[in-house]
Design a protein around this ligand. Structure first.
Ligand code: NAD
Length: 475
């Protein structure tokens, strides 16, 4: 059996905590590890350590900070095979995808490290003798909360952004997939981040967030997860006047125009939908397909999806692993039953496989009416919904009809269509003719209920800084 680490909390650079909560393998329900919960004393210690860690880290030269961060990325690359195995064990995704996730985390760290050296301010011209200098300073100690679907790349977004800007961060990572964050923090500690500049906690999520967010030392909250929890944490942050980065759910539309090849577009779509078994906030989900190619697209999508091999993420031929927890299986069953009862047709998948673990096949439904629950609620699983449209205007209207606005995709070869899509689709990230929503260099985040603030890109780093204007009159 592949190795799984002995999990601990990290406070003031030390590993501590007695195990208690079991961690499960979603492929076979086996217990793979145990997790300590932070006590109130642990939270207070992390806050105290973060004050000292922040003072030390913000005074460290940006070039030196970048060097330490790049060393952490290098250590993660060296440990990538071990980390990927642990991620597959705890989260289920195929080993190849887990390895890509680790390497993506390294890219994010490297890019943030470099960009952190360029947190330039500016000098504003004024009356003779007067200088206005805009400084960009680290915002202060960050409280970060990361989810279970990307055990290492999601916490990396928060840790790398905060550290690159010169901030300390207390990370509360997912209790269901804790090893990714554990290895991430270990690499930073080994690379020489000052004690307390980075802490790792696990526990009862609500108890930790409700205690940490109001603390005066915490200056920024960053959360990735569901809309309801995001609204709760954003309200708490607002009550204490703390800014927040909220990366919440999506329900990504894919607008397939009549001028593309339906078969190759369907193949790209099936592959994109199978990634991480659809448990991705930017997973392509609502396919609005032009009437001219709808039938050929739908049948090719169904065929490709039926050919996706599901199974143990550690097996070499597995293309899609189990869902990460039983909640997702229940959601798939509920949403599919509702859609079918309203007239949707099942083109592939449709029911769980076996009764151990959380295996669920890639499922494609066509003729899904707008009032089906799945068309409104984020499935967050391997479910693709196909709907026929008569014009690009109608497709854009349907794409915008939900309160979400995170990612959207489109396939077309027409310049006027590209312009209509760029102007008309209400999202933070629109990708045309491919299904990658973001890379380390680009800003990622949503509009409407999908949240605010950005992760990645120079916009992401800016969220971890505050500007101070210093004006100086030369006597
Ligand atoms: P959930 O709403 O119970 O929890 C979502 C995440 O928030 C989890 O990581 C959880 O540990 C954390 N959380 C819950 N309550 C919290 C609190 N009071 N304080 C701090 N953290 C808290 O849902 P779930 O069943 O774990 O996930 C399902 C839904 O979450 C999906 O439908 C999807 O919309 C959303 N989700 C989104 C992302 C994303 O990348 N945006 C990631 C994971 C889950």
């Amino acid at each position: 059996m592949a190795a799984y680490p002995e999990l601990k909390l990290c406070i003031a650079g030390e590993w501590r905590g007695r195990s208690g909560q079991p961690v499960y393998n979603p492929f076979d329900d086996g217990v793979i590890g145990e997790l300590p919960h932070a006590t109130r004393q642990d939270l207070d210690d992390a806050l105290e350590a973060a004050e000292a860690g922040h003072r030390a880290w913000r005074r460290t030269a940006p070039a030196k900070r970048a060097q330490i961060m790049q060393r952490a990325a290098q250590l993660l690359r060296e440990r990538a095979d071990t980390i990927a195995e642990a991620i597959t064990l705890e989260q289920g995704k195929p080993l190849g995808q887990a390895k890509i996730e680790v390497l993506r985390a390294c890219d994010i760290i490297d890019w943030d490290a470099e960009e952190g050296r360029r947190a330039y301010g500016r000098v504003i011209p004024s009356e003779p003798g007067m200088r206005h200098i805009v400084l960009r300073e680290p915002i202060g100690i960050v409280a970060g909360f990361s989810p279970w679907n990307f055990p290492i790349s999601s916490p990396t977004r928060k840790v790398a952004g905060a550290l690159a800007a010169g901030c300390a961060i207390i990370l509360k990572a997912s209790e269901e997939t804790p090893a990714g964050a554990y290895f991430l923090v270990q690499a930073f500690i080994d690379a020489g981040v000052p004690k307390g500049a980075l802490s790792l906690l696990f526990g009862v999520p609500g108890e930790i967030s409700e205690y940490l967010i109001p603390q005066p030392g915490i200056r920024l909250v960053t959360f990735t997860g569901s809309v309801p929890v995001g609204k709760k944490l954003a309200s708490l942050a607002g009550a204490y006047m703390k800014p927040a980065i909220m990366e919440l759910g999506g329900h990504a539309p894919v607008i397939v125009c009549g001028d593309v090849d339906p078969v190759s577009t369907a193949a790209t779509s099936a592959l994109g939908k199978s990634r991480n078994a659809g448990q991705v906030c930017v997973s392509p989900t609502r396919f609005f397909v032009d009437d001219a190619i709808h039938d050929r697209f739908a049948s090719a999508f169904g065929e490709k999806a039926a050919g996706v091999k599901i199974g143990n993420g550690l097996a070499a031929d597995t293309q899609m692993g189990p869902l990460a927890n039983p909640r997702r299986v229940e959601a798939m069953e509920r949403l599919i039953a509702d859609a079918v009862s309203r007239g949707a047709k099942v083109l592939a998948g449709g029911a769980r496989v076996g009764n151990q673990g959380n295996l669920f096949p890639l499922t494609v439904l066509s003729d899904v009416p707008d009032d089906a629950l799945a068309m409104q609620e984020e499935p967050f699983g391997p479910l693709a919904l196909i709907s026929r449209t008569q014009s690009i205007g109608q497709a854009i209207e349907k794409a915008n009809s939900l309160p979400f606005g995170l990612a959207a995709y489109a396939f077309t070869n027409s310049a006027p269509n590209v312009e209509a899509l760029s102007d008309g689709v209400e999202v933070g990230n629109l990708s045309i003719n491919h299904l990658t929503a973001s890379i380390a260099e680009t800003p990622f985040g949503g509009v409407k209920d999908s949240g605010y603030g950005r992760e990645g890109g120079s916009e992401g780093l800016a969220c971890y800084t505050v500007t101070k204007n210093v004006s100086h009159l030369v006597a």
